[in-house]
Design a protein around this ligand. Structure first.
Ligand code: ADP
Length: 476
């Protein structure tokens, strides 16, 4: 991974994390402040409530109708009136009966609306014209003579606000510190968590095509990064396998191509230095053409394999009569069988059908019958049998050749694998016939296996998928 991208991933993780945390802390601080202010005001309202009661108990009206603090209690509270209690009393006709000196003439609100009688106002906070922040509460009080008065009592909110600001300042200092601490820790944790990616990336960058056997070191295969490493190692193993196959294939293919080319070259070279008659040259040309035909077959097989490997072949599945296909393939090889005076017979159930790509499946059958002819002795017998077993269509190619020894049966479908190298090359085999047959069957969703009963001869059996009754389209 590019270090810049990696840095930015770590940076992005931390930024997202920090932003979310900052929002959460801000919300938290906001909520705490609102609740704190609310609870401070509640306490203030409670104490105001008590104070209003105290104030009510000491209000009496003077003969002039004015109101003043009275009684001993009143005298005792006079000091308080001056310092903290800010009091106003309004008559039921809307005239001011009393205002504390401490208010210095500033009103605690406008004159009450008296049309519907005096009624208490809800507690409220506001600033006096002097700038003092106060909390005011009001009550309708009945004087000893029964007259109702509206009593407004206010106290300064300055100490409340001071407490509030102290708490806000503490939050304002603590939260950025917490945020900073958490972000730094988060950044370090992200750096530590991404460290294995760093070492994996470095190691991966060191692995070249020549070192595909190397693997990433995985500390903890169970965590997410470990799983990524395991997946990468698995891919490397597959890649190594593919590279090995490719190397082997190229080496084998070069070797196979070289053999007929060397033969053509030596025959040509010898004939150049050796004078001869027309028959001699005809034989030489004939032998060269034989090698060229072998070369062409080999190149065709290589092309088929390479197209198969590239996955470019798309089978065109149609419902196919297997007996007809087997007869058609056998007819193509009839001449070769006749040359060896062999009997080549197609038998079995003529009605069996399968969903298959005719052309590709025919290639498999031709390769199997070709082998059967090649490896069966002169006057031998070859049977191609079409059957249906439990709904599955089968095609078997049975020969009277030498059979395949058990230790080779697993490997004969590998590319360029031959049981007896010298003999099969002499027979003109390239070692690709069965690989192509296996590919052709598997692309038709079938399977192929070899069976060798005790005694001479072998049976290659192709099993195909059931032809669906619904797809009774064109039958070929
Ligand atoms: P080739 O072109 O050499 O025949 P194949 O891939 O068709 O290559 O076959 C691989 C090897 O399997 C052959 O070289 C041969 O040794 C063996 N083989 C294939 N078919 C038969 C058979 N019918 N009888 C005996 N041996 C066979």
């Amino acid at each position: 991974m590019n270090p810049r991208t990696r840095r930015s991933l770590r940076f992005r993780l931390t930024t997202v994390y920090a932003s979310l945390l900052a929002v959460a802390l801000l919300l938290y601080a906001g909520c705490v402040s609102v609740f704190f202010l609310h609870s401070l005001r509640e306490q203030l309202d409670l104490s105001l409530d008590r104070d209003v009661e105290a104030v009510e108990s000491m209000l009496t009206s003077s003969p002039t109708g004015q109101i003043k603090p009275d009684s001993e209690e009143g005298e005792a509270h006079e000091g308080k009136f001056r310092q903290g209690f800010l009091l106003e009393a309004w008559s039921s006709v809307g005239s001011l009966l009393y205002r504390s000196e401490a208010l210095e003439g500033q009103p605690l609100g406008s004159a009450p609306v008296v049309a519907a009688g005096l009624s208490p106002e809800p507690p409220r906070s506001f600033r006096l014209p002097s700038g003092l922040r106060v909390r005011a509460l009001s009550r309708v009080h009945h004087l000893s003579n029964g007259d109702p008065v509206l009593v407004r009592l206010a106290v300064s909110e300055e100490s409340l606000w001071q407490e509030f600001w102290e708490m806000s300042t503490a939050l304002g200092i603590m939260l950025p510190l917490i945020l900073f601490g958490v972000v730094i820790t988060g950044y370090l944790v992200a750096a530590k968590a991404l460290k294995p990616v760093d070492s994996m990336a470095k190691r991966a960058a060191e692995i070249t095509a020549e070192q595909l056997h190397e693997r990433l070191k995985i500390d903890n295969p169970d965590d997410e990064l470990g799983q990524l490493g395991v997946a990468f190692n698995t891919t490397l193993a597959r890649l190594e396998n593919s590279f090995d196959q490719l190397r082997r294939f190229t080496a084998d293919a070069s070797h196979e191509l070289r053999t007929p080319l060397t033969a053509i070259w030596s025959v040509g070279e010898v004939s150049l230095h050796k004078p001869g008659d027309q028959k001699y040259y005809r034989d030489i040309i004939g032998s060269m053409l034989e090698e060229t035909s072998r070369l062409t077959k080999l190149v065709d097989s290589l092309l088929t394999m390479s197209r198969a490997d590239a996955g470019r072949v798309q089978p065109h599945l149609t419902e196919t009569r297997l007996f007809d296909l087997a007869t058609e393939s056998a007819n193509l090889l009839e001449v070769l069988a006749e040359e060896k005076q062999q009997t080549l017979r197609v038998e079995g159930d003529e009605t069996v059908t399968a969903m298959a790509d005719r052309t590709i499946l025919r290639q498999a059958l031709i390769n199997l019958i070709d082998n059967a002819v090649k490896y069966s002795p002169a006057r031998g017998e070859i049977r191609v049998r079409v059957t249906n077993n439990e709904g599955f269509p089968y095609i078997e190619v049975q020969d009277s050749g030498p059979g395949i020894p058990p230790e080779h049966r697993e490997r004969i479908f590998e590319r360029f694998y031959r049981v007896d190298k010298a003999r099969t090359r002499a027979e003109g085999g390239s070692g690709l016939g069965l690989s192509i047959a296996q590919w052709a069957v598997s692309i038709n969703k079938g399977s192929i296996e070899v069976q060798c009963e005790p005694g001479p001869g072998s049976v290659f059996r192709i099993r195909l998928p059931k032809a669906s009754a619904a797809t009774s389209a064109t039958i070929h």
